[in-house]
Design a protein around this ligand. Sequence first.
Ligand code: DX5
Ligand code: ZN
Length: 218
Amino acid sequence: DRSLRIAPSILAADFAAFGAECRAVEDAGADWVHVDVMDGHFVPNITFGPQMCAAIRPHVRGVMDVHLMIAPVDPYIEAFAAAGADIITAHLEAGPHIHRTLQAIRATGKKAGLAINPGTDIAPVAEVLDLLDLVCVMTVNPGFGGQSFIASQLDKIARLRALIGDRPIHIEVDGGITPDTAPRAAAAGADVLVAGSAVFRGGPQAYGTNIRAIRTAA
Ligand code: DX5
Ligand code: ZN
């Protein structure tokens, strides 16, 4: 199903109230909840780990989409699966054995995602298509919310769409998504739009308006 999905990133939520924030964005029309895990090593910022994901899980009715910006990643896959992730996404750049990492994610019974940084080519994606449920094209350099969309990635999204063809693999775009950039990403072939600051700005009473603005524009 390639219908458009909006996945608010709780990186932009109130860290002291993740449970309420997850419920609020789902009530406001979010399709998935996107959870950004950062280790201060693969990316220059630290968020939280599997214990926080497990704490959030009961507050997410739908899909919990866990984006691991950590290296190494393999030692933690089972912990994030046990924490209740529905999709576990690892970075191509996080280690030399992405095929093994994707196999390990699939072995937990969870859906497997592969994230690629702005400076990374899509060629390796072709070698692991049979292990993929999602490819996440980073449209910012990972580590922080609120950065500007890197427009050069639109051509990459289009090439990825051609590579994936009719396979049931989502193309997710992550970073700098707003009502301005969402339609460009969707036109290039993305079907899951992650948005942090553009959803959470203005507080809970604005979430519905913010999500609708992105969906309508796209
Ligand atoms: C960046 C994260 C993104 C980020 C998106 O490292 O992976 O999910 O939170 O935030 P915005 O939408 O503010 O760019
Ligand atoms: Zn993310």
